[in-house]
Design a protein around this ligand. Structure first.
Ligand SMILES: NC(=O)c1ccc[n+]([C@@H]2O[C@H](COP(=O)([O-])OP(=O)(O)OC[C@H]3O[C@@H](n4cnc5c(N)ncnc54)[C@H](O)[C@@H]3O)[C@@H](O)[C@H]2O)c1
Length: 255
């Protein structure tokens, strides 16, 4: 699909990769409906997109809230005059080992159910709710072709300390294929991008020692930037022959 023909929802668009995608899309002439729980960040993204060929419309969105998602999708389609795309990008981390033993005290602690539920609620249930409602809207509007881009993660292959996050991101990669098969009859393609370590507010809190060790393990020798991931997202959006695949973009970390 041509980027300029997109009327596309971007979730988690207030900062980091989502904000970058929204801006790049508006530069290319797309209509963007940007949603996030962070309204202040959304306002900044909208103002930085002023004067670009496309437009960034903004509204608060909590992807884990079913009613909020339904209302957002309705608003997005009416603000943009249609809907033919979704970048399913909102995500959170609540890292922790499933079982941990303190080296000094010997105390055994467990990952809390709250940590599990929070990540599954946003990264998996939330991503599923908005994919469901956005595609239902495209079908109701008779809008085809359409495209969905899921943001998975290299953690989909399994990562220590990320049971909740890995499970959600692996499920999103699996459902990229499930949905590609289910939505083909509606003319909607589905693809996913699975980033490695990317420089965004999500990763800025990482301690320097862990960060240095990780960088040393990345064959291209650096942490990624949002533009690296945009190039892959753009490929999924534009390449009408890409369907059902998850593309790892990690500087070679996983190979
Ligand atoms: N940064 C990385 O290294 C990395 C690596 C692999 C995958 N990812 C994934 O890429 C996506 C974007 O990550 P990022 O690094 O830009 O993160 P980020 O934390 O900088 O941005 C995520 C955005 O999602 C929003 N958000 C959180 N909960 C939400 C909810 N319930 N409803 C709507 N919005 C919500 C946040 O407010 C934030 O603006 C996420 O899905 C993340 O898991 C990131």
């Amino acid at each position: 699909m041509e980027l300029s023909s997109l009327k596309i929802i971007v979730t988690g668009a207030a900062q980091g990769m989502g904000a970058h995608f929204a801006k790049r899309l508006a530069e290319a002439g797309a209509q963007v409906a940007a949603g996030d729980v962070n309204e202040e960040g959304l306002a900044q993204v909208a103002s930085s997109a002023q004067g670009l060929p496309g437009k960034v419309h903004t509204r608060r969105l909590d992807v884990s809230d079913e009613a909020d998602v339904a209302a957002f999708v309705e608003w997005a389609a009416s603000s943009m005059g249609g809907l033919n795309g979704l970048i399913n990008n909102a995500g959170i981390l609540r890292d922790g080992l499933l079982v941990k033993k303190d080296r000094t005290t010997g105390e055994v602690t467990k990952l809390s159910k709250a940590q599990w539920d929070a990540v599954i609620g946003v990264n998996l249930t939330g991503a599923t709710l908005i994919a469901r409602d956005a595609v239902a809207k495209m079908v109701n509007l008779g809008q085809r072709p359409g495209v969905v881009v899921n943001m998975s993660s290299i953690a989909r292959h399994g990562n220590r300390g990320q049971s909740n996050y890995s499970a959600a991101k692996a499920a999103l990669a699996a459902n990229t294929r499930t949905w590609a098969r289910e939505f083909a009859g509606f003319g909607v393609r589905v693809g996913a991008v699975a980033p490695g370590m990317i420089e965004t507010p999500m990763t800025q809190g990482m301690n320097q020692k862990a960060r240095d060790a990780l960088v040393a393990a990345i064959p291209v020798g650096r942490v990624g930037v949002p533009e690296d991931i945009w190039l892959a997202v753009k490929f999924v959006l534009e390449c009408d022959y890409l369907n059902g695949e998850t593309i790892d973009v990690d500087g070679g970390l996983q190979m």
